[in-house]
Write a protein that binds this ligand. Sequence first.
Ligand SMILES: Cc1cc2nc3c(=O)[nH]c(=O)nc-3n(C[C@H](O)[C@H](O)[C@H](O)COP(=O)(O)OP(=O)(O)OC[C@H]3O[C@@H](n4cnc5c(N)ncnc54)[C@H](O)[C@@H]3O)c2cc1C
Ligand SMILES: NC(=O)c1ccc[n+]([C@@H]2O[C@H](COP(=O)([O-])OP(=O)(O)OC[C@H]3O[C@@H](n4cnc5c(N)ncnc54)[C@H](O)[C@@H]3O)[C@@H](O)[C@H]2O)c1
Ligand code: SF4
Ligand code: FES
Length: 809
Amino acid sequence: MGESREKLVLIGNGMAGMNTIEHIIKLAPHKYDITVFGSEPHPNYNRILLSYVLAGDSKVEDIVIHPMEWYEANGIHLYSNETVTSVDTAGQNVTTDSGLTVAYDKLIVATGSNPFMLPLPGADKEGVMAYRTIRDCEIMIEASQQYKKAVVIGGGLLGLEAARGFLNLGMQVDVVHIVDTIMERQLDRTASKMLQEALEAQGMNFLLEKQTESIIGDERVQGLKFKDGTVAEADLIVMAVGIRPNVALARESGLEVANGIVVDDYLQTSVPNVYAVGECAQHRGAVYGLVAPLYEQGAVLAKRLAGAETVPYEGSVVYTKLKVSGVDVFSGGQFMDAEDTKAIRVHDEFSGIYKKVVVKDNKIVGAVLFGDTADGTRLMQMIRNGDDISGLEKTAILRDNSGSGNGGGSGVAEMADDAIICGCNGVSKGTICSAIKDQGLTSVEEVKNCTTASRSCGGCKPLVSELLSYTLGDAYEKTSGKETICGCTDHSREEILAAMKEKGLSHVKEVMSVLAWKNEGGCSKCRPALNYYLAMLNPTTYADDPTSRFVNERMHANIQKDGTYSVIPRIYGGVTSPAELKRIAEVAEKFEVPTVKFTGGQRIDLLGVKKEHLTQMWEDLDMPSGYAYGKALRTVKTCVGDTYCRFGTADAMGMGIQLEKRFERLNTPAKVKMAVSGCPRNCAESGIKDLGVVAIDGGWELYAGGNGGVKVRAGDLMMVVKTESEVIEYTEAYLQYYRETGIYGERTSEWVKRLGIDTIKEVISDPEQRAGLCARMNETLSVTKDPWKEAVNNATIRKDLYEVVEIKS
Ligand SMILES: Cc1cc2nc3c(=O)[nH]c(=O)nc-3n(C[C@H](O)[C@H](O)[C@H](O)COP(=O)(O)OP(=O)(O)OC[C@H]3O[C@@H](n4cnc5c(N)ncnc54)[C@H](O)[C@@H]3O)c2cc1C
Ligand SMILES: NC(=O)c1ccc[n+]([C@@H]2O[C@H](COP(=O)([O-])OP(=O)(O)OC[C@H]3O[C@@H](n4cnc5c(N)ncnc54)[C@H](O)[C@@H]3O)[C@@H](O)[C@H]2O)c1
Ligand code: SF4
Ligand code: FES
């Protein structure tokens, strides 16, 4: 039987080529004798998921698409770790680097791309690398165990996913980007800036508008120098500045090559019996760098080679999603405004949501979504269908997905059966729903195994989950729905706290190990949370884990966008003295601080401080840390009160200073701001603070859960008390209750809303409960230390965190 088979050879054991082979085997299992060559020493794997391997969410073995046994079972000869070095198109055979020659009747070239490496002086130093393969990923993971500081050049999709991975690996990371907006090839300015802010909050540091001039160091890289003369330290540099089609072999073999290997609508090259598919191919002038279009090409080529009827491949409308946990970003089609386009925009600054839909001639041609990407699939379908939207309401195009009511979700119910749910693998709603019904599937994993939907980037998992819910109703709801603290675990906050108490768990790694964390090292969402919960439960015995803190908290200073730091000393109640001001001025002069600014919280910010100056500055200032970087008490703003103001009924400054001295250094689920006003005129803005204190005739009002930031909220009146010591006592109880029941990252404004002010009132009004809360607060406060003093007095901390390695250029 084998005798009659034609010989099909595939060069490139990657995603596009092997997807084509998989289709061919399904369509015409006996037509070809198939040989596959791959330069990498692995079976075909999902390159996309490398980002999850790097981030610690998956293991290398989990991302294999076709294991070795699959090749064997399908009679495919796989030569891994073997590179094809020449193609004889006249004699119809290929030759490899080990000297092997194999004949073909049909040849598929799927050699992918090469990462573009900037040809900089010093780029050949050890520690400068690309990010494309399993090997690259392994090198990065190994390096993180030895080195501390990574720099990623390129703030595109790949660079940002690499940077996120480094943070998860416990490294500090700078992202160097050439223009002033990241992901400018996928996002408009508004979305880009929102993304930057969100990633900065995760600990990423951006060096924007920087052009690298050279890479410095001896044998191993030590840093990079920019054209503007500045430098950045680096133990490891990853170049993620784009890719170039891997066409050298094709060119040498006489195939027509422009940017990529030129192919027609059936993926045929300029040479008979030779086809090209994937990133190396150029179709109608376009070269693609995402899997969805490559799989569309593969489906057409497979049909062609299997002898089945096929429509031509006519090009693809592409969309992307960034795979970084905690941010939702979608970009598709023609997303930039142009003279002949109009846009529908929704920008909710309170919820951090931005949506833009670009319309041309009454048709949607592109979209950018940030913060809520549930509309993405539907919009892409409308773009592909060329739907006329002139009769549609704006709300039918962009939905409010925030609620769980009818408007919520992505509207899977209304999608047509042929709507593509999984863009990467081209799987439609109809296929998924039939598989769920016919095969009795009950989980996203089962749908993936049966239909391939969600097998690649995983971006469609929420939609698949919605389809399961839509098809199975309550039966599905019952099997899912628990709110876990992050994707690394199936446990909820409550379960984790209960286990910490019951099993006496005492460090972050132990929690992850005992509770069988799916991702061994955890991520930036769960590790700081676990560190906080452990410290909250065991204040006197727990040893803080600085590696589980965000970089600003680790450094006790805020990193600014140019890589310098800001230093904000504590100024109790916003009240200072000439001597203190003189000292601040002297320090600012001595260290040539470029900007000195008053903050909204009545203190002084020294901006633009070099890392190596931090500890000496703190020593010279001889003032406590203002914790402007931490999830902790920030400031207590005060008015002058009855000391100077004729309306004042109480000593607002004195009360504010007492509160700040009592609660300084207190760690809380999220930052806490307070204010004290000397009368109901409320000049210190007590109504929009986490705790606001307002003097009234004969006493004080305490307001809870106010916020003047992103989501403005007026505080709820929680309590009216008579004396200053009662203000302290009730504040202790309130803050401790928040510490014990707040979700890590949750501001009091959200917490008060979640619990209800009446519940909080009830708890802290109850003398027994209040006494317990105050006792636990006392215990916590009894062991806090000033971190700046600690760093000044501890040579190891100074060396490990603040010393700068000298960089030779
Ligand atoms: C970290 C990372 C994350 C990504 N995330 C996404 C994402 O979320 N969504 C998305 O759509 N895309 C993503 N991509 C892009 C996606 O992985 C690529 O578009 C896709 O892998 C390209 O497939 P390909 O088969 O054309 O090339 P490749 O997958 O690169 O396969 C080509 C293979 O050919 C081999 N080869 C080359 N020359 C020879 C030769 N002469 N002889 C033998 N073998 C040879 C190479 O070693 C390679 O294994 C990501 C890429 C990376 C690196
Ligand atoms: N989630 C996803 O879909 C995903 C994830 C990773 C990779 N990918 C794909 O992998 C490929 C490679 O990704 P990429 O991010 O390297 O490519 P890219 O071309 O999308 O982005 C490269 C970025 O580097 C910047 N840049 C160029 N020269 C620079 C320089 N000298 N200094 C600083 N910045 C510079 C560019 O401005 C650009 O934003 C792309 O095809 C991408 O689509 C996709
Ligand atoms: S709040 Fe009252 S006491 Fe304080 S400054 Fe304003 S008017 Fe004066
Ligand atoms: S959309 Fe990428 S796996 Fe489904």
